[in-house]
Design a protein around this ligand. Structure first.
Ligand SMILES: *[C@@H]1O[C@H](CO)[C@@H](O)[C@H](O)[C@H]1NC(C)=O
Ligand SMILES: *[C@@H]1O[C@H](CO)[C@@H](O)[C@H](O)[C@H]1NC(C)=O
Ligand SMILES: *[C@@H]1O[C@H](CO)[C@@H](O)[C@H](O)[C@H]1NC(C)=O
Ligand SMILES: *[C@@H]1O[C@H](CO)[C@@H](O)[C@H](O)[C@H]1NC(C)=O
Length: 483
């Protein structure tokens, strides 16, 4: 599709005069096995995809010869104070992040060796392999521990869950459910080993698409494959795209896209760090599911740049937010800093480079930092913040800290502090608040840990589907976060 954005994208991006100050990359995992059978695993193909994407970003941001190199970033040996890499506790996403890093900072041979006191030189194993930790969101940096809901924005957000559920009551949904009945039934011989006739409907558009999509990549023998014409495959894909975007975003119910809101908040706070003189952090890399891309796309009005932004991004897709300046000053002012958004659909490579697109319905692909922050803040919600709790309608668990009266009232209702004077209740409320603030990190980690165990029983891999049951599960994001 030739769009305005693509035309803009073909303009030369980086002028020699600009200096990249930092970047935030958000990436999907590589090719994986189908979600229809657990455990979901990253495949060799998937590993290769994220590895190549990592190598692409090395060429762009790390390599000494690159004109887009992040200013001052270490080029051969990873400097862990410059990097922050995070992925949910999910084998597909963790594995993807680990392999991506091998493309970003490959084994450095003798450069990654040390001379011992007795004069012997020791090279790290596997040809100077660089072991860059992939943190879970909570551990990424201690001051972000409270916001560890950021990658699992949908989990624990009742308002988002019910907003997504509302999709299944929308006119759009019922119309498609009806009009595609025959289509899904006709294809039944292809997938009846996995989906019963009852389940073969638009309601399961994503699950069916995922199963078929994976089969076309990995399975040499698809039953009744003659039914899977190119046009049938396209229709399966289109329907899954509509289904998933419907769950991820609705203009009149922004809370549905809370995953994108929490991501937006994290991007802004991280990039702020990158330009702050107190921080050494230069490159932040996060792995997450396609649902978060979709929510963010909707919120940041990318569909106005290209209708493609309403579809499921391919495996190993990545988006990058790079901050740069054209000033030659060693400490440019905020007014001299700009932000550029780039997206690569599928593995980023020289033949499929990350391309700039205009955010927020603007006509420019480069935004002044202040405008960017202003626009991002309109859609951002910091995971676990008071705003997040309010927007999500969540008052218990991690959010209880913001509703001391309600906590006290709850306790009173249980008879716990019957007869307590208001003054005493007030003091206790304050102490509870203080205690919770002090213990928030531990609390968040603890709760996340519990959630993790519970969710691990569900499928992993990337999900943004609603299972046949009642509750929406946005799992690979929700299955996450542990200390
Ligand atoms: C030097 O120390 C290392 C580590 O203790 C040891 O493996 C190596 O054999 C030592 N080399 C010599 C020459 O003593
Ligand atoms: C979006 O939200 C509006 C208002 O709640 C609703 O009428 C519409 O059906 C929704 N669309 C989808 C696709 O969920
Ligand atoms: C390939 O398809 C066959 C027949 O439906 C099925 O039994 C098998 O599990 C599939 N293999 C994979 C890897 O999905
Ligand atoms: C990504 O590529 C797929 C085809 O592989 C396409 O259907 C989709 O629209 C593209 N998405 C974006 C955001 O470019």
């Amino acid at each position: 599709m030739q769009t305005k954005a693509l035309l803009l994208a073909s303009l030369p991006a980086a002028t020699a005069a600009e200096t990249i100050l930092g970047a935030y990359i958000f990436s999907r995992h590589g090719d994986r096995t189908t979600k229809a059978y657990s455990p979901v695993k990253l495949t060799a193909l998937g590993a290769e995809q994220v590895y190549r994407s990592g190598a692409y970003y090395r060429n762009r941001y790390i390599d000494e010869k690159s004109s887009s190199r992040i200013n001052g970033i270490s080029s051969d040996l990873a400097d862990l104070t410059e990097l922050s890499v995070t992925a949910p506790v999910d084998n597909v996403l963790q594995g993807s992040a680990g392999i991506f890093l091998q493309g970003l900072y490959p084994p450095a041979g003798s450069v990654n060796s040390q001379k011992l006191a007795n004069g012997t030189t020791i090279e790290a194993p596997l040809s100077g392999y660089q072991y860059i930790p992939v943190n879970t969101a909570a551990a990424a940096s201690s001051h972000q521990a409270e916001s560890n809901a950021w990658l699992q924005g949908n989990s624990g957000c009742p308002a988002a869950v019910s907003s997504s559920q509302a999709y299944f009551e929308s006119k759009e949904y019922f119309e498609l459910l009806e009009s595609t009945k025959k289509f899904y039934q006709d294809l039944l011989p292809v997938y009846e080993s996995t989906f019963s006739s009852e389940k073969a409907t638009y309601k399961n558009a994503y699950s069916i698409y995922d199963y078929i999509h994976v089969s076309t990549i990995h399975n040499t023998s698809i039953p009744s494959s003659e039914l899977l014409t190119p046009s049938a495959l396209q229709t399966l894909t289109d329907l899954a795209n509509i289904h998933e975007f419907g769950l991820a975003y609705n203009a009149s119910s922004p809370i549905r896209a809370v995953a994108g809101s929490v991501l937006a908040s994290h991007i802004v706070s991280t990039l702020k760090d990158s330009i702050s003189s107190e921080s050494t952090q230069k490159l932040n890399i996060q792995f997450g599911p396609y649902g978060t891309f979709a929510s963010f796309f909707g919120l940041s009005q990318l569909p106005a740049a290209s209708a493609d932004f309403t579809s499921i991004v391919d495996y190993a897709s990545s988006m990058s937010f790079e901050i740069f300046t054209e000033s030659s000053s060693s400490s440019p002012s905020e007014d001299e800093i700009m932000v550029r958004f780039l997206f690569a659909n599928g593995t980023a490579s020289d033949s499929n480079p990350a391309k700039p697109f205009p955010l927020f319905g603007q006509d420019k692909t480069e935004l002044p930092w202040k405008t960017f922050v202003e626009e991002m803040n309109k859609i951002a919600l910091e995971g676990g913040s008071k705003e997040w709790c309010d927007a999500c309608g969540e008052k218990s668990g991690d959010c209880a800290v913001y509703y001391p009266e309600e906590t006290a009232a709850g306790a009173a209702a249980e008879g716990g502090n019957k007869g307590m004077s208001n003054a005493v209740a007030g003091v206790i409320g304050a102490m509870v608040t203080l205690g919770v603030v002090l213990g928030l990190q531990a609390l968040v980690l603890g709760v996340a840990g519990l959630r993790l165990t519970k969710r691990r029983k569900q499928e992993t891999g990337d999900v943004f589907q609603v299972p046949v049951g009642k509750r929406t599960s946005f799992s690979d994001t929700s299955s996450v976060q542990k200390a």
